[in-house]
Write a protein that binds this ligand. Structure first.
Ligand code: UGA
Length: 433
């Protein structure tokens, strides 16, 4: 059992806190948002993440998981302190690290004995060094400490599964003492550990997210070519994925990658590389392909409807991917905005993300179920691949649409079957002939 503190009760912080409490540690989770902490203390979990609330409630009851707003309390009580605060993008694409700096200063002021300070937020390379310097400057007693970089690889929607069964754990360490403590902490997870320098660990996170984002843009570029020569991108992705050197994950074509990580991390890595004197053209191209996905999708709607103005378009899916209520940098939200901007009447439905989307999509009509959204629409657009949409009664959909037009941004259905049912069906990278 270790005493742990997790600073920042966002996605990464809450999942980390829950997973470490579940493996028997005593975890104090801290956030400056008093309302959030008040709710968590009462047992209300502020985000939708399958399985998370159960683990939080269980460990809260067992008094292994506690909540506070005090970094001082966290620093005094814990030996290992995880920094999981937000690192949003600045206008120029670089990461805003002011929260990381503030937390580091406050930890430093309260250190009275040796601590391991773990950077888990997604940060640009060399942030570990800056955290170390900040703590040294604000730690007048000169108490010894170690900074560790321990990047997070969890995916929203499957975060608990990812937290308990990671492919690997990366530890950027500068001392044997810190490495030993961290290895001990992660023993119950039974995952391979890659121990390396702090800079290398930080670069691993940049490299992983950028590679995955590039993989998605690659298959989307292939989809563009498939459309031009009447080939089927799904078959291309299947055959590519069966090559074990390539692997089948992250080869799903669609409307492009969104979310709070990939777009921001790609920007930050391009920015960091440029600062260091390297023009990361490959990554810039991946970003450009991604930015163009929205226009590719809108064009498909235009091809089917001719003129978008005054048409009623129903949009199914607003979250940036299924099984989450997160709409941060969701391509679906951007597409709804573009449709509204083009003068369409937009009716939207999402199983989980409607509450969050309401303030962002003022002109849209929010519907209680997919059928209500689709009724009397000129076209149904699928933007997030929720399982619920796969199970739609398509005969009913056909009856209640004003025109039997479906534009599928996530390739959820078989083109031939859809056409056999009488739909005008357009999807990504396949003609279905
Ligand atoms: C991503 C990474 O997958 C995690 O490993 C990482 O820890 C996390 O970022 C982070 O840096 O914190 P996440 O943003 O939760 O996780 O979501 P993903 O499942 O990676 O999806 C990102 C976007 O790519 C979504 O918009 C999704 O629709 C899109 N995507 C994904 C595709 O368009 N095609 C695919 O084949 C896969």
């Amino acid at each position: 059992m270790q005493n742990i503190a997790v600073i920042g009760a966002g996605y990464v912080g809450l999942v980390t806190a829950a997973a470490l409490a579940e493996t028997g540690n005593r975890v104090l989770c801290v956030d400056s948002d008093t309302e959030k902490i008040r709710k968590l203390r009462k047992g209300s979990v502020p985000i939708y993440e399958p399985g998370l609330d159960k683990i939080i409630l269980k460990n809260k009851k067992l008094k292994r998981l506690l909540f506070s707003t005090s970094i001082k309390e966290a620093t005094v009580s814990a030996q290992i302190i995880f920094i999981c605060v937000g690192t949003p993008s600045r206008q120029d694409g670089s990461a805003d690290l002011s929260a990381v700096q503030k937390v580091s200063q406050e930890i430093a002021r309260n250190i009275r004995e040796y601590k391991v300070i773990v950077e888990k937020s997604t940060v640009p390379a060399e942030t570990g060094e800056k955290i170390k310097r900040t703590i040294e400057m604000n730690n007048p007693g000169g108490v010894s400490f170690d900074v560790v970089s321990n990047p997070e690889f969890l995916r929203e929607g499957s975060a608990m599964q990812d937290a308990f069964h990671p492919d690997r754990i990366v530890l950027g360490v500068a001392s044997e003492r810190a490495e030993k403590i961290m290895r001990q902490l992660y023993k119950p997870f039974k995952a391979p550990i890659v121990a390396t320098s702090i800079n290398t660990a930080e670069l691993i996170k940049h490299a992983c997210n950028s590679f995955l984002a590039t993989k998605i843009s690659f298959i989307n570029a292939i989809a563009n070519v498939c459309e031009k020569i009447d080939a089927d991108v799904e078959k291309v992705a299947l055959a590519m994925g069966l090559d074990t050197r390539i692997g089948k994950e992250f080869l799903r074509p669609g409307i492009g990658f969104g979310g709070s990580c990939f777009p921001k991390d790609v920007d930050a890595f391009i920015h960091l590389a440029a600062q260091k004197g390297y023009d990361f053209e490959l990554l810039k191209a991946a970003r450009k392909i991604n930015q163009e996905r929205k226009d590719v999708f809108i064009k498909k709607i235009e091809e089917a409807l001719w003129i978008i103005k005054d048409k009623t378009i129903s949009v199914l899916g607003l979250s940036f991917k299924p099984d989450t209520d997160d709409i941060r940098s969701s391509v679906a939200i951007d597409i709804v905005r573009l449709l509204l901007g083009a003068g369409a009447k937009v009716k939207v439905y999402d199983p989980k993300a409607m509450e969050r989307a309401k303030s962002l999509l003022k002109g849209a009509t929010f519907c209680d179920n997919p059928y209500e959204a689709v009724r009397k629409s000129d076209c149904m657009a699928i933007l997030t691949e929720w399982q619920e949409f796969k199970e739609l009664d398509l005969k009913k959909i056909k009856k209640i649409l004003r025109q039997p037009v479906i534009i599928d941004g996530r390739n959820m259905f078989d083109p031939q079957q859809m056409r056999a049912m009488g739909f005008v069906y357009k999807s990504i990278g396949r003609s279905g002939k």
